[in-house]
Write a protein that binds this ligand. Structure first.
Ligand SMILES: Cc1cc2nc3c(=O)[nH]c(=O)nc-3n(C[C@H](O)[C@H](O)[C@H](O)COP(=O)(O)O)c2cc1C
Length: 171
């Protein structure tokens, strides 16, 4: 898919087919994240690819509890969930992860996959029950999860959001 076509057609996907996603496609999405720019070229952000259903559910449960979302909270049950983290004390951490996540969402769109940014982990990622699971997933203690990506084959068309274009000044 041509780049601007991917930018134009991308939208958040919150319902996924049960069909698994080939590892080669996941690798392309992660590669798009790796290729994103980082402040001062530090490249300290990390990607944690979760496909194991039990681990994903356990993380969602812990995040739901810690964030006060209740036991039914989940990440829309995607076949793939990717944590994007960076050093907690890096002032560019969020921006670095945002650049990576947008690259990944566009790559997903280009591959016919669907994705959505999940934001609930960051504020609770140092809470013990959440951190214990992140540590099991080999996330270093100083890494903060600034965002995450639910990823899979879209189930249905999804909802295309109209964008407000009255946001530009030409001076
Ligand atoms: C920083 C950020 C955080 C977001 N967090 C969530 C989230 O936690 N859960 C969710 O369902 N969507 C989340 N989204 C997706 C937005 O709701 C979505 O991008 C917005 O409604 C516009 O829709 P679109 O992506 O289809 O253009 C997030 C998006 C961004 C950029």
């Amino acid at each position: 898919m041509e780049l601007f076509e991917a930018i134009r057609t991308r939208h958040s996907v919150r319902a996924y087919d049960a069909k698994p996603v080939d590892r080669s496609l996941i690798e392309q999405v992660v590669e798009a994240g790796i290729l994103a720019p980082t402040g001062m070229n530090r490249q300290t952000r990390r990607f944690t690819v979760i496909q194991n259903r039990e681990k994903m559910d356990a993380l969602a449960h812990a995040v739901g509890e810690a964030a006060g979302r209740g036991p039914g909270y989940n990440f829309y049950d995607p076949p793939v969930f990717i944590l994007v983290s960076d050093q907690e004390d890096d002032p560019n951490g969020l921006a670095n992860c945002a650049c990576a996540l947008e690259n990944m969402m566009l790559a997903a769109q280009g591959l016919g996959l669907g994705a959505v940014w999940i934001n609930q982990i960051g504020p609770v990622c140092q809470q013990p029950a959440v951190r214990a699971l992140l540590t099991e997933m080999r996330l270093a203690p100083d890494q903060k999860v600034y965002g995450a990506l639910s990823l899979g084959w879209p189930a249905g068309e999804g909802k295309k959001i109209e964008k407000n274009r009255d946001v530009v000044e030409w001076v």
